[in-house]
Design a protein around this ligand. Structure first.
Ligand code: NAP
Ligand code: MG
Length: 482
């Protein structure tokens, strides 16, 4: 067992008190165990919270530029290991090399970005209403941040929570998803090697119901940031707000791409194909509904079906067009949605079959397209989290916007159009945290806010960019008189 298969608590690599480990299998070949990690209990999680709490004052008092220097050093260490981390990510999570390498690069960029933010960290000074009084604001850390992350971006999401939390002077406990915890542990290893003080970052692997539950409810945790499914996220939110913690939870999506009558069909196909089938459809921002104007509908359905059929599915390390699902549960769920869609009367164009033969030991499924998907069908309403595209015909632009908004989710919406007025109107009317004109719904910039509306998000604070600085800090207003 290497250090990074252990928990990291109070500056030490430790074993779980249970003495048990969890095996992580390669999703492309489930006969292979990639790594084993600690199966920690609530008691292990509590130790980590205690370590973070003990380190909090001294880290908060560390000048922000010094905190930034550690983040910058960490970024460099990850950069040196980029290839190794890309392979680790692919062998635990399953996405292709071409998808994993930019994700690792994103983590590096995030650490560099918040290193600079820490240099630049301060407040405002304002004039006062009278006398020689000066009023100013300054930002202070919240204290201990409890972070809970999903498996689908197993390095980028931990990075976009850890880096701003540390830059602003919080200490951190993190619980990565049990399916692919390795990349998050590698971030922690890099922080350790960069000289982060003991207790400032702590990671504990183990079941969400035990470890995650402590991280979202413990009295000594001040802020909770969760990304994952809606079901777990709303539970975490309810538990954490009970004792008035600051919480953000970013959850599921059912993202639409609206194709208007003026759209360039080739561009629309590129955008929908990449959004729907990229990362095996396992993105919160995946395009899962194409809402297509009646003039383009038939040709769109025919051509997107051809595109789906041309995608080669295979092990991520061989860098095919699409990798496997992450585990049996996600594969079964996709296969079930395919059955449900057929039963509910959607037109099955292609795909949605488990891949047999050479690939039968992996969680492989072929990309699927359904047309004639009505708004009352489950395929239109529920997050599949797999490579299944629902295509729905819109009579006109208003109808398309209505369909796009007919969802309990609201994360990332795209519109493909050559009509500037309709683009602007879509931006105005769509109910979504992110909207993209002539761009796929997946893929984000790191320096602008990210988050959803409706059931996708708790709608408290956004992540990334300056929004993350706001989330992990509180403002103190100072009245200074001589
Ligand atoms: P998940 O099943 O909700 O798990 C997310 C995290 O919560 C994991 O670390 C999990 O631990 C932990 N957890 C489970 N039960 C818990 C509990 N009772 N208390 C506290 N923590 C608990 O989500 P996932 O399957 O990993 O990820 C897929 C989902 O994430 C999709 O719905 C996707 O849309 C969403 N997502 C959203 C965004 C966004 O920004 N909106 C980004 C990426 C993904 P275990 O792994 O040990 O179960
Ligand atoms: Mg899950």
């Amino acid at each position: 067992m290497t250090d990074t298969n252990r928990n990291y608590v109070g500056g030490e690599w430790t074993d779980a008190e249970t003495g048990e480990t969890i095996d992580v299998h390669n999703p492309a070949d489930t006969t292979t165990v990639v790594n084993s990690y600690q199966q920690s209990s609530a008691a292990d999680a509590e130790e980590a919270v205690a370590a973070a709490n003990e380190a909090a004052d001294s880290w908060a008092d560390t000048p922000a530029p010094q905190r930034g220097a550690i983040l910058r050093e960490t970024a460099g260490i990850i950069e040196d290991r980029k290839d190794e981390l890309t392979e680790l990510l692919v062998s635990e999570e399953g996405k292709t090399r071409s998808e994993a390498a930019p994700e690792v690069q994103r983590a590096i960029d995030i650490f560099y970005y918040y290193a600079e933010k820490a240099m630049d960290y301060g407040g405002t000074i304002k004039g006062a209403s009278g006398g020689r009084r000066q009023v100013s604001t300054r930002k202070e850390p919240q204290g201990v941040a409890g972070l809970i992350t999903p498996w689908n971006y197993p390095i980028a999401i931990p990075a976009w929570k850890i880096a701003p939390a540390l830059a602003t002077g919080n200490t951190v406990v993190i619980k990565p998803a049990s399916v692919a915890p390795g990349p998050a542990l590698e971030l922690v290893r890099a922080l350790d090697e960069a000289g982060v003080p003991d207790g400032v970052i702590n990671v504990v692997t183990g079941p969400g119901s035990e470890v995650g539950d402590v991280f979202s409810t413990h009295d000594d945790i001040d802020v909770v940031s969760f990304t994952g499914s809606s079901e777990v996220g709303h539970h975490v939110y309810d538990a954490a707000t009970e004792d008035v913690k600051r919480v953000q939870a970013e959850m599921g999506g059912k993202n639409p791409a609206v194709i208007t009558s003026s759209a360039d069909l080739e561009q629309a196909l590129d955008i929908v194909e990449a959004g729907a089938f990229g990362v095996t459809g396992q993105a919160c921002t995946a395009t899962s509904r194409a809402i297509v104007h009646t003039d383009l509908y038939d040709e769109f359905v025919e051509r997107i079906t051809e595109r789906a059929e041309a995608i080669d599915v295979g092990p991520g390390l061989e860098d095919p067009g699409m990798g496997p699902h992450v585990n049996q549960g996600e594969l079964d769920s996709t296969l079930e949605y395919v059955d449900v869609a057929k039963t509910e009367g959607a037109t099955h164009q292609t795909g949605g079959e488990r891949v047999e033969g050479d690939l039968e030991d992996g969680y492989f499924v072929t990309p699927a397209v359904f047309s004639d998907v009505d708004p009352d069908m489950r395929l239109f309403r529920e997050e599949v989290f797999g490579p299944v595209l629902a295509v729905t015909e819109a009579q006109d632009f208003d109808h398309a916007v209505e369909l796009a908004n007919d969802s309990e989710f609201g994360l990332s919406a795209s519109v493909v159009t050559d009509d500037l007025a309709q683009a602007n109107e879509f931006v105005d009317r769509v109910e979504s945290g992110v909207v993209k004109v002539n761009e796929k719904s997946t893929g984000l910039e790191l320096h602008v806010p990210f988050g959803g509306v409706k059931r996708t998000s708790t709608n408290t604070y956004r992540e990334q960019g300056d929004a993350a600085i706001d989330f992990y800090t509180q403002t103190k207003t100072v009245y200074l008189n001589d």
